[in-house]
Ligand binder design. Structure first.
Ligand SMILES: [Fe+2]
Ligand SMILES: [Fe+2]
Length: 277
Protein backbone atom coordinates (compact mmCIF):
# COMPACT_ATOMS: atom_id res chain seq x y z
CA UNK A 1 0.00 0.00 0.00
CA UNK A 2 1.47 3.33 -1.09
CA UNK A 3 0.33 6.35 0.88
CA UNK A 4 1.35 9.93 0.19
CA UNK A 5 0.41 12.94 2.24
CA UNK A 6 0.68 16.64 1.53
CA UNK A 7 -0.23 19.19 4.16
CA UNK A 8 -2.21 21.89 2.32
CA UNK A 9 -3.31 24.06 5.24
CA UNK A 10 -1.51 24.58 8.51
CA UNK A 11 -0.88 27.55 10.79
CA UNK A 12 2.64 27.90 9.42
CA UNK A 13 4.12 27.45 5.97
CA UNK A 14 7.38 25.81 4.93
CA UNK A 15 8.08 27.39 1.59
CA UNK A 16 8.15 30.45 -0.59
CA UNK A 17 4.69 31.72 -1.59
CA UNK A 18 2.93 29.18 0.62
CA UNK A 19 0.33 30.61 2.96
CA UNK A 20 -0.05 29.91 6.65
CA UNK A 21 -3.64 29.94 7.93
CA UNK A 22 -5.05 28.95 11.30
CA UNK A 23 -6.54 25.57 10.40
CA UNK A 24 -5.78 22.20 8.92
CA UNK A 25 -6.15 20.34 5.64
CA UNK A 26 -4.23 17.40 4.25
CA UNK A 27 -4.39 15.55 0.96
CA UNK A 28 -4.02 11.84 1.45
CA UNK A 29 -3.43 9.63 -1.59
CA UNK A 30 -3.85 5.92 -0.94
CA UNK A 31 -2.77 3.70 -3.84
CA UNK A 32 -3.52 6.57 -6.23
CA UNK A 33 -6.89 7.48 -4.65
CA UNK A 34 -6.81 11.15 -3.46
CA UNK A 35 -8.93 12.06 -0.46
CA UNK A 36 -9.02 15.42 1.36
CA UNK A 37 -9.07 15.46 5.15
CA UNK A 38 -10.43 18.86 6.26
CA UNK A 39 -10.36 22.03 4.16
CA UNK A 40 -8.85 24.79 6.30
CA UNK A 41 -10.77 28.05 6.70
CA UNK A 42 -10.38 30.37 3.71
CA UNK A 43 -7.97 30.75 0.81
CA UNK A 44 -4.88 28.83 1.96
CA UNK A 45 -6.22 25.59 0.42
CA UNK A 46 -6.38 27.22 -2.99
CA UNK A 47 -3.16 29.26 -2.80
CA UNK A 48 -1.13 26.32 -1.51
CA UNK A 49 -2.56 23.66 -3.83
CA UNK A 50 -1.76 25.98 -6.75
CA UNK A 51 1.79 26.63 -5.54
CA UNK A 52 2.37 22.93 -4.83
CA UNK A 53 0.79 21.89 -8.15
CA UNK A 54 -1.74 19.70 -6.38
CA UNK A 55 -4.75 19.33 -8.69
CA UNK A 56 -7.81 19.77 -6.46
CA UNK A 57 -9.94 18.30 -9.25
CA UNK A 58 -8.40 14.92 -8.57
CA UNK A 59 -9.86 14.77 -5.04
CA UNK A 60 -12.37 11.93 -4.99
CA UNK A 61 -13.93 12.54 -1.60
CA UNK A 62 -13.69 14.68 1.50
CA UNK A 63 -13.70 13.85 5.20
CA UNK A 64 -14.36 16.56 7.81
CA UNK A 65 -12.83 15.97 11.24
CA UNK A 66 -15.27 18.15 13.21
CA UNK A 67 -17.52 21.17 12.98
CA UNK A 68 -15.06 24.00 13.62
CA UNK A 69 -14.59 26.76 11.03
CA UNK A 70 -10.85 26.21 10.62
CA UNK A 71 -11.37 22.62 9.36
CA UNK A 72 -14.45 23.16 7.21
CA UNK A 73 -14.67 26.79 6.03
CA UNK A 74 -13.31 26.32 2.50
CA UNK A 75 -15.69 23.45 1.62
CA UNK A 76 -18.31 25.39 -0.44
CA UNK A 77 -15.63 27.21 -2.49
CA UNK A 78 -13.81 23.91 -3.06
CA UNK A 79 -16.97 22.19 -4.28
CA UNK A 80 -17.82 25.17 -6.49
CA UNK A 81 -14.46 24.60 -8.18
CA UNK A 82 -14.36 20.79 -8.43
CA UNK A 83 -18.01 19.77 -8.52
CA UNK A 84 -20.05 17.41 -6.32
CA UNK A 85 -18.17 15.05 -4.03
CA UNK A 86 -19.02 12.71 -1.14
CA UNK A 87 -18.36 14.38 2.23
CA UNK A 88 -18.10 12.15 5.30
CA UNK A 89 -18.68 13.78 8.68
CA UNK A 90 -20.38 13.26 12.03
CA UNK A 91 -24.15 14.04 12.04
CA UNK A 92 -23.51 16.81 14.58
CA UNK A 93 -21.38 18.77 12.11
CA UNK A 94 -23.67 21.80 11.80
CA UNK A 95 -24.52 22.38 15.46
CA UNK A 96 -23.81 26.01 16.48
CA UNK A 97 -20.55 26.11 18.39
CA UNK A 98 -18.67 28.72 20.41
CA UNK A 99 -15.33 29.06 22.14
CA UNK A 100 -13.83 31.56 24.52
CA UNK A 101 -12.00 34.47 22.92
CA UNK A 102 -8.90 36.15 24.34
CA UNK A 103 -11.06 38.73 26.13
CA UNK A 104 -13.29 36.07 27.69
CA UNK A 105 -16.09 36.65 25.17
CA UNK A 106 -17.89 33.83 23.37
CA UNK A 107 -16.89 33.56 19.72
CA UNK A 108 -18.85 31.64 17.13
CA UNK A 109 -16.50 28.92 15.88
CA UNK A 110 -18.83 26.45 14.16
CA UNK A 111 -19.08 25.64 10.47
CA UNK A 112 -19.38 29.05 8.76
CA UNK A 113 -22.08 28.02 6.24
CA UNK A 114 -25.34 26.10 6.38
CA UNK A 115 -25.90 22.49 5.39
CA UNK A 116 -28.15 23.78 2.56
CA UNK A 117 -25.32 25.98 1.22
CA UNK A 118 -22.93 23.01 1.24
CA UNK A 119 -25.45 20.75 -0.50
CA UNK A 120 -26.13 23.44 -3.12
CA UNK A 121 -22.36 23.63 -3.72
CA UNK A 122 -22.24 19.87 -4.29
CA UNK A 123 -21.70 18.22 -0.89
CA UNK A 124 -23.06 14.67 -0.85
CA UNK A 125 -23.10 14.19 2.91
CA UNK A 126 -22.51 10.75 4.37
CA UNK A 127 -23.01 11.20 8.07
CA UNK A 128 -21.73 8.63 10.51
CA UNK A 129 -21.30 8.60 14.26
CA UNK A 130 -19.94 5.05 14.15
CA UNK A 131 -16.67 3.72 12.72
CA UNK A 132 -16.94 3.18 8.97
CA UNK A 133 -14.62 1.76 6.32
CA UNK A 134 -15.05 4.35 3.56
CA UNK A 135 -12.60 2.60 1.20
CA UNK A 136 -10.78 -0.70 1.62
CA UNK A 137 -8.28 -0.07 4.42
CA UNK A 138 -9.46 3.53 5.07
CA UNK A 139 -11.65 4.12 8.13
CA UNK A 140 -13.28 7.08 9.81
CA UNK A 141 -13.59 6.58 13.54
CA UNK A 142 -16.95 8.26 14.09
CA UNK A 143 -17.38 9.56 17.64
CA UNK A 144 -14.39 8.61 19.78
CA UNK A 145 -15.05 7.17 23.27
CA UNK A 146 -13.49 9.34 25.98
CA UNK A 147 -11.77 6.73 28.11
CA UNK A 148 -8.73 8.43 29.61
CA UNK A 149 -9.19 10.34 32.86
CA UNK A 150 -6.56 12.93 31.98
CA UNK A 151 -7.79 14.19 28.58
CA UNK A 152 -10.40 16.90 27.97
CA UNK A 153 -11.58 18.79 24.89
CA UNK A 154 -8.66 21.20 25.18
CA UNK A 155 -10.33 24.48 26.01
CA UNK A 156 -13.61 26.22 26.76
CA UNK A 157 -16.21 25.33 24.16
CA UNK A 158 -19.98 25.67 24.12
CA UNK A 159 -22.73 24.33 21.93
CA UNK A 160 -26.18 25.79 21.31
CA UNK A 161 -29.15 23.72 22.52
CA UNK A 162 -32.83 24.44 23.16
CA UNK A 163 -31.86 25.05 26.80
CA UNK A 164 -29.23 27.60 25.78
CA UNK A 165 -25.46 27.20 25.64
CA UNK A 166 -23.96 24.16 27.33
CA UNK A 167 -20.39 22.83 27.46
CA UNK A 168 -19.43 21.32 24.10
CA UNK A 169 -17.94 17.84 24.39
CA UNK A 170 -17.03 17.97 20.67
CA UNK A 171 -18.81 14.66 20.24
CA UNK A 172 -18.41 15.10 16.48
CA UNK A 173 -14.61 14.93 16.59
CA UNK A 174 -13.38 12.01 14.51
CA UNK A 175 -10.18 10.71 13.02
CA UNK A 176 -9.23 8.96 9.83
CA UNK A 177 -7.23 5.74 9.96
CA UNK A 178 -5.32 3.99 7.17
CA UNK A 179 -4.60 0.34 7.87
CA UNK A 180 -1.12 0.27 6.32
CA UNK A 181 1.00 -2.92 6.42
CA UNK A 182 3.80 -1.03 8.23
CA UNK A 183 1.40 0.24 10.91
CA UNK A 184 -1.63 2.44 11.29
CA UNK A 185 -1.62 5.99 9.92
CA UNK A 186 -3.94 8.02 12.16
CA UNK A 187 -5.09 11.53 11.30
CA UNK A 188 -6.95 13.98 13.47
CA UNK A 189 -7.92 17.62 12.94
CA UNK A 190 -7.69 18.92 16.51
CA UNK A 191 -7.90 15.73 18.61
CA UNK A 192 -10.57 17.29 20.82
CA UNK A 193 -11.27 13.70 21.92
CA UNK A 194 -7.64 13.51 23.08
CA UNK A 195 -4.68 12.12 21.17
CA UNK A 196 -4.52 9.05 23.42
CA UNK A 197 -8.25 8.31 23.08
CA UNK A 198 -7.91 8.77 19.30
CA UNK A 199 -4.96 6.40 19.00
CA UNK A 200 -6.55 3.81 21.28
CA UNK A 201 -9.79 3.87 19.30
CA UNK A 202 -7.91 3.53 15.99
CA UNK A 203 -6.33 0.40 17.47
CA UNK A 204 -9.68 -0.92 18.66
CA UNK A 205 -11.40 -0.39 15.29
CA UNK A 206 -8.68 -2.06 13.25
CA UNK A 207 -7.45 -4.67 15.74
CA UNK A 208 -3.88 -3.50 15.00
CA UNK A 209 -1.53 -2.13 17.63
CA UNK A 210 1.43 -0.50 15.90
CA UNK A 211 1.03 3.16 14.96
CA UNK A 212 3.22 4.18 12.04
CA UNK A 213 2.19 7.83 12.18
CA UNK A 214 -0.08 10.28 13.94
CA UNK A 215 -0.75 13.39 11.86
CA UNK A 216 -2.63 16.53 12.81
CA UNK A 217 -3.32 18.85 15.69
CA UNK A 218 -3.08 17.44 19.20
CA UNK A 219 -4.83 20.29 21.05
CA UNK A 220 -2.35 20.33 23.90
CA UNK A 221 -2.06 24.12 23.75
CA UNK A 222 -3.99 24.51 27.03
CA UNK A 223 -3.02 21.14 28.52
CA UNK A 224 -2.33 20.90 32.25
CA UNK A 225 1.12 19.62 33.30
CA UNK A 226 -0.60 16.41 34.46
CA UNK A 227 -2.21 15.86 31.07
CA UNK A 228 1.04 16.54 29.26
CA UNK A 229 2.94 14.10 31.50
CA UNK A 230 0.33 11.37 31.04
CA UNK A 231 0.26 11.93 27.26
CA UNK A 232 4.05 11.75 27.00
CA UNK A 233 4.10 8.66 29.18
CA UNK A 234 1.52 6.92 26.96
CA UNK A 235 3.31 7.92 23.74
CA UNK A 236 6.62 6.77 25.19
CA UNK A 237 5.15 3.32 25.95
CA UNK A 238 3.39 3.04 22.56
CA UNK A 239 5.77 5.09 20.45
CA UNK A 240 4.50 5.83 16.94
CA UNK A 241 7.26 5.83 14.30
CA UNK A 242 6.31 9.44 13.60
CA UNK A 243 4.23 11.92 15.58
CA UNK A 244 3.57 14.63 13.02
CA UNK A 245 2.03 17.53 14.87
CA UNK A 246 1.02 21.10 14.26
CA UNK A 247 -2.02 23.37 14.36
CA UNK A 248 -3.45 23.42 17.92
CA UNK A 249 -0.70 21.33 19.54
CA UNK A 250 0.91 24.47 20.99
CA UNK A 251 4.57 25.41 20.84
CA UNK A 252 5.52 24.43 24.39
CA UNK A 253 3.66 21.12 24.28
CA UNK A 254 5.29 20.31 20.95
CA UNK A 255 8.71 21.29 22.33
CA UNK A 256 8.11 19.08 25.36
CA UNK A 257 7.09 16.13 23.17
CA UNK A 258 10.20 16.64 21.03
CA UNK A 259 12.41 16.86 24.09
CA UNK A 260 11.01 13.62 25.53
CA UNK A 261 10.42 11.58 22.37
CA UNK A 262 13.10 12.98 20.07
CA UNK A 263 13.26 12.48 16.33
CA UNK A 264 9.95 10.61 16.26
CA UNK A 265 8.27 14.02 16.68
CA UNK A 266 7.97 16.02 13.46
CA UNK A 267 6.55 19.54 13.08
CA UNK A 268 4.24 19.83 10.08
CA UNK A 269 3.69 22.96 8.00
CA UNK A 270 1.72 23.85 4.88
CA UNK A 271 3.78 22.22 2.13
CA UNK A 272 5.06 19.25 4.18
CA UNK A 273 5.04 16.07 2.11
CA UNK A 274 5.43 12.51 3.36
CA UNK A 275 5.52 9.05 1.81
CA UNK A 276 4.53 5.82 3.53
CA UNK A 277 5.61 2.82 1.50
FE1 LIG B 1 -8.63 23.49 14.80
FE1 LIG C 1 -11.32 22.36 16.71
Amino acid sequence: MKVEMTILVENTSSGMALMGEWGFSALLTVDGYPLLFDTGHREALFVNSHQLRVPLNSIQEIVLSHGHYDHTGALPTLLDKIGPRPVTAHPGLFVKRYSQGAGGQQLEVGVPFSEATAIAAGAEFRYTAAPKEIRPGIFVTGAIPRQTAFEDVGGRFWVETEQGLIEDSLEDDMGLVVDHPQGLIVMSGCAHAGIVNTLNYAREITGKTHIQAYIGGAHLVNASPQRLEATISYLGRNLPDRIMIGHCTGFYAAARLYNELGQNVVKIDAGSHFNFI
